[in-house]
Design a protein around this ligand. Structure first.
Ligand code: GLN
Length: 285
């Protein structure tokens, strides 16, 4: 078959299955299987039968609403490509906003010590390390399935991986104090989960849904990990769009300063951060 005809059929099938960015996804499939965008094919250029079969298989699988990221087995996030598959949360573009802010927060700090809690694929910690080679980054994750991907992603970037439950891991930390503790914890409520897009059902529920109306990890981490921050260190969270007030409240209750929030590129509240009170700086005043 002519390659562009195959592309058109795929885009149409994907659109019919309710996939929003059908043309974009069909093109990503083309790049994955043929190594070329469909734009690089000449109008009458044929497609090898093997490639055609592989593309058709990918397209059929995607029409079941299995996430494209799992079918491709890898996904780009910031400037890194991460291995992903069922059992680990897919890195999302929204989270890049959180990484950008975190890089800004640690910009003045030499060899920053960074702790990424509920790390999943390692997207946040690894993207930070990729930009800041001098950083010492540790990713903490509980799920064995997520750890399978996290370890593969972390190794080339020299990021440390710890298998532990974030709700309690603070007790294992001895003297290390972090310049940045960062987390994109589960934060979806049970009610929201029931209403999410079909693709989300393929993702691990433990990476998405949290108790206390999605606030469990924010409340826990702001309190339990405050003593683990260096003076002047930052705690930085990804949040759900309706959680800003509650999460800022946890920061205030636990004595953080310079508490701020920012929105993602869709203009939704996406990130809250605050600083551990800098006692020595205060004393100098
Ligand atoms: N942003 C994700 C979503 O859209 C949620 C990720 C999380 O719970 N940490 O579902």
């Amino acid at each position: 078959m002519v390659a562009l005809e195959q592309y058109r059929r795929m885009a149409a099938a994907l659109a019919k299955a309710g996939i929003e960015d059908a043309e974009y996804e069909a093109d990503l499939m083309f790049r994955h299987i043929t190594g070329r965008s469909r734009l690089a094919f000449l109008p009458e250029e044929p497609l090898a039968p093997k490639m055609q079969a592989a593309l058709q298989q990918l397209c059929d699988d995607r029409c079941t609403r299995r996430p494209l990221q799992y079918l491709l087995g890898e996904w780009g996030f910031c400037n890194v490509v991460l291995k992903v598959g069922e059992g680990v949360l897919i890195p999302r573009a929204d989270t890049e906003t959180v990484v950008e802010k975190a890089l800004e927060l640690i910009a003045p700090c030499k060899a920053p010590r960074v702790l990424d809690l509920c790390a999943g694929s390692g997207a946040i910690g690894i993207a930070i390390k990729h930009e800041r080679k001098d950083a010492q980054v540790t990713c903490v994750e509980l799920s064995p399935k997520a750890l399978y991907y996290l370890r593969q992603n972390a190794a080339p970037e020299e990021v440390d991986v710890v298998e532990a439950d974030v709700l309690g891991y603070e007790n294992q930390l001895l003297d290390t104090r972090y310049d940045l503790i960062i987390s994109n914890p589960p934060y979806v409520t049970d009610a929201e989960y029931a209403a999410l897009a079909p693709e989300l059902a393929y993702e691990p529920k433990m990476a998405l849904v949290a108790a206390q109306e999605g606030l469990r990890f924010y409340e826990y981490i702001t309190k339990a990990y405050a003593p683990k921050l260096a003076e002047g260190g930052w705690l930085c969270f990804e949040i759900g769009a309706s959680q800003r007030t509650d999460v800022c409240g946890f920061f205030e209750k636990n004595g953080y300063t310079e508490i701020q929030s920012i929105q993602d590129y869709a203009a939704l509240d996406r990130c809250v951060f605050g600083r551990k009170r800098n006692v020595s700086a205060k004393m100098k005043l």
